[in-house]
Design a protein around this ligand. Structure first.
Ligand code: HEC
Ligand code: HEC
Length: 191
């Protein structure tokens, strides 16, 4: 086994190459819920376009293994290999997010902005809330999804959910979550 240390990087490279050459599987199925090119038309379903690749790889593994429980996605990833999930994550990370339509409430936007600054959300999600690595993009995500997912993290984080988010939202009330979701969904559309 002397050469195992040489073999492993070669194997990783091979996997990466084969992942690159593959077409993403089940795209039509994903699009039925997450929208064309991952721009969701349903306010309860998150957009995937432009999400960090690592964030999506992690979530896809958790969802496939049933560790992050998403009843509507049950079965959708069955039989997909890790390389398939990597190809899907890469595809969606490279799609361009379409900005959300809808009116911006200046007072809520400003309150959300001040809260996000004060709570240092940008230290992890980046100051423009584009996300990086395992931390999702929040800017331009559906307001309703953001609101619901934050309440879940705060009140009843399921298995597979990162406790850093439960800690980050501790002490915030529902009004705070409303304002944060409004600000983040409309980020950059300062009234
Ligand atoms: C029947 C609808 C449906 C289908 C089909 C579906 N999803 Fe989902 N997906 C959802 C919902 C709903 C959520 C969010 C659940 C929640 O509230 O936390 C989600 C969450 C996700 C997330 C986590 C995103 C985040 O920001 O937290 C990823 C990644 C994802 N889906 C990828 C996919 C991929 C890739 C496919 C195709 C293989 C797919 N989904 C098919 C409904 C669906
Ligand atoms: C210490 C780093 C850190 C801080 C600070 C932080 N987050 Fe997060 N956030 C994360 C990570 C990591 C995830 C992915 C969690 C997971 O895998 O369950 C996440 C996920 C989220 C999600 C889920 C989005 C999605 O698409 O699934 C929302 C919404 C969110 N954060 C909002 C916030 C807000 C608002 C703040 C400030 C009050 C904040 N975060 C502060 C690291 C952080």
């Amino acid at each position: 086994m002397r050469f195992i240390h040489l073999l492993l990087p070669a194997l990783a490279l091979l996997l990466a190459i084969s992942a690159q050459a593959q077409q993403p599987p089940r795209l039509e199925l994903c699009a039925a819920c997450h929208g064309p090119q991952g721009n969701s038309q349903n306010p309860q379903i998150p957009s995937l376009a432009g999400q960090p690749k690592i964030f999506m790889e992690n979530q896809l593994v958790l969802i496939r293994e049933g560790l992050r429980d998403i009843p509507p996605m049950k079965g959708t990833l069955d039989g997909l290999k890790d390389t398939d999930l990597i190809v899907l994550a890469k595809y969606f990370s490279e799609q361009t997010p379409v900005p959300l339509a809808g009116p911006v409430d200046a007072a809520r936007y400003e309150r959300g902005k001040a809260l996000a600054r004060g709570m240092l959300c940008g230290t992890c999600h980046l100051p423009d809330y584009q996300g990086r690595e395992q931390m999702p993009r929040l800017a331009g995500q559906h307001e309703r999804f953001l609101r619901e997912v934050m309440e879940e993290y705060r009140d009843k984080p399921g298995p597979g959910r990162d406790t850093v988010m439960t800690n980050a939202l501790g002490g915030l009330n529902n009004q705070h979550l409303d304002d944060l979701a409004h600000f983040l969904a409309h980020f950059g559309k300062q009234p």
